[in-house]
Design a protein around this ligand. Structure first.
Ligand SMILES: [Mn+2]
Length: 357
């Protein structure tokens, strides 16, 4: 298990590499070239520069989150092969720079969706929250304005202004893409990148859909155990894995995270471990990582990862905003550092117990 923190890169993150380096046990980051558009090529020089920046701060790049997959690939337009060729070349360049884990998602149009970016909890912290009634009332045609009003000038990954500008057009392009078509396009993509992943030993971890059900009439294909196993079996190779995101999978209360870890063992190169609190079946908010602060049992999740031989990269996920910090919602330093430290404590206890038996 390698504990890391997500870092958005120079100019995009309020958290510095020097700060991350001082979190005990964290020796690496998960990062990205944040200004790259999906479908664009990442040159080896650009990757090398990012790597040098991280290494000069005494840290290592443990994986990329994300190399985004373009909507053209997801929809299967005439441009998809050109974008896949860029993706393959990007993977090759990452492999040459000794980077071996890549997270991506296959969600149409949007990345993760929340309806509030700063809901105030009883302790005065603020968190990301989701309310289905609010989503049902949102008009996708006015999503850009809604998102801008919610995010206080911060840009959520997947919700970049240039994408939101084209929202209506994008929705139209997806109108003939149902779950079956989207899944076929995922398999097409995975088969195409297979040779380069195998050549450079790159593990791909698809991020589950968040929330884990269809929204705005768009299809969702990575929502729970059944769909994950279908995806893993469709391209049954070690390079084709998942990012085990407990918060995203846990957004659907019917998902049994422990069963998913068991079923997908050996195919989990990356884990996002965080908690959330359910207020009712249509409303959840993010919580501190501590089990008792939310609805999930972090001990059991870490234990199951340990027992199934998880040896991948892990990171705490969205944190609360605490202690007056101003940062990208979900991505401040303080609460994520607490989360990392807590998860490391659980892991140490589990490991020592196992070895004492
Ligand atoms: Mn996640």
């Amino acid at each position: 298990m390698e504990m890391t923190l997500r870092w958005y890169g120079p100019g995009y993150d309020t958290v510095t590499l020097e700060q991350i380096r001082q979190i005990p046990g964290v020796h690496g980051v998960i990062t990205t070239l944040y200004d790259k558009q999906a479908g664009e090529l990442w040159t080896q020089e650009e990757i090398h520069k990012l790597k040098t920046t991280v290494e000069e701060a005494g840290l290592k790049i443990m994986g990329i989150e994300s190399v985004n997959v373009s909507d053209d690939i997801k929809i299967g337009t005439a441009k998809r092969d050109e974008h896949i060729a860029n993706y393959i070349k990007t993977l090759e360049n990452l492999g040459k720079e000794d980077i071996h884990m890549v997270c991506y998602n296959f969600m149409p149009v949007f990345d993760w969706t929340r309806t509030e970016l700063a809901r105030v909890r009883a302790d005065g912290s603020t968190v990301l929250a989701y309310n289905q009634d609010t989503v049902d009332k949102l008009d996708p045609d006015h999503m850009k304005e809604s998102v801008e009003a919610m995010s206080n000038g911060f840009i959520m990954p997947g919700w970049e202004p240039e994408r939101l500008d084209k929202l209506k057009e994008l929705f139209d392009k997806y109108k003939d893409v149902d779950e079956k078509k989207l899944f076929e396009n995922l398999v097409y993509f995975l088969e195409a990148i297979g040779p380069v992943c195998e050549k450079y030993d790159i593990k791909m971890g698809i991020h589950p859909d968040d929330p884990a059900w269809p929204i705005f009439g768009l299809p969702r294909i990575i929502t729970g155990k059944e769909s994950i196993m279908k995806m893993l079996k469709a391209v049954d190779k070690p390079y084709n894995g998942i990012t085990l995101c407990t918060g995203s999978l846990g957004s659907n209360q019917h998902n049994e995270i422990l069963e998913i870890i068991e079923a997908a063992k050996g195919r989990i190169p990356f884990a996002h471990v965080r908690n959330l609190k359910y207020n009712n079946p249509r409303d959840f908010e993010e919580a501190a990582h501590l089990s008792s602060d939310g609805s999930m049992d972090m001990y059991k999740i870490m234990k199951k990862l340990y027992d199934t031989g998880f040896d991948g990269v892990i990171r705490p996920d969205h944190g609360r905003m605490i202690w007056g910090e101003k940062a990208m919602p979900g991505y401040g330093l303080y609460d994520r550092a607490l989360g990392a430290y807590y998860l490391e404590g659980l892991w140490e206890a589990i490991d020592k117990n196992a070895k004492a038996e």
